[in-house]
Design a protein around this ligand. Sequence first.
Ligand SMILES: CC(C)(COP(=O)(O)OP(=O)(O)OC[C@H]1O[C@@H](n2cnc3c(N)ncnc32)[C@H](O)[C@@H]1OP(=O)(O)O)[C@@H](O)C(=O)NCCC(=O)NCCS
Length: 182
Amino acid sequence: MEVYNENVLKDGQKLIIRNVSEDDAQGLIDLLKTVDDETKFLAREPGEFCFTLEQEKEFIKGMMNADNNILFIGEIDGTIVANCSVGIVTNNKRYLHRAAMGISVRKKYWSKGIGRLLMNECINWCKEKGVEQLELEVVTENSRAISMYEKFGFEKYGTKKHALKYSDGTYADEYYMILFLE
Ligand SMILES: CC(C)(COP(=O)(O)OP(=O)(O)OC[C@H]1O[C@@H](n2cnc3c(N)ncnc32)[C@H](O)[C@@H]1OP(=O)(O)O)[C@@H](O)C(=O)NCCC(=O)NCCS
């Protein structure tokens, strides 16, 4: 397992940022279920994530063996508190300059600098891979995430109308955002 970074947060807690490993399967399931409950800005309805332990292990193995994707884990005192995944959009040669990313942090740990630290790793990985542009979509109401992305230099370049439809029948739009890397 590769540790990328160890950081002391504002409140003194130690955050380890590392590559995912198979042993993380249960911790990752717990994280994903929790964040789906805690925010309406992610891709799934509460309770919708239903990978078994075996399926999650297979998914992690795939990530670990892939050259063009990586899943970073943020861990505090042995608990997975955040994840950030980034990967080349497709392996066709014409797309190798583009990567897309996703990030989530447990609510209890918001505003401690964890998102920013994971974004740094994600951007460093892109630069090492020669990625020229990092792309994402974000719900237009997700001001916290948008503010973070804009601080990293991401720009909005369009809006996907009704990108999400919630179980109560309402919709959310998403901004397309892009960061051009040096
Ligand atoms: C968006 C998210 C990843 C930010 O993670 P975080 O660990 O709270 O972020 P940080 O503490 O590193 O803060 C990074 C930036 O976020 C913004 N931010 C943090 N707390 C904020 C708050 N209370 N109000 C507004 N913006 C805030 C700020 O721009 C901040 O930059 P600063 O530290 O220079 O002020 C986290 O809130 C999250 O997981 N949200 C739910 C899932 C999600 O929305 N993911 C993104 C989907 S596109």
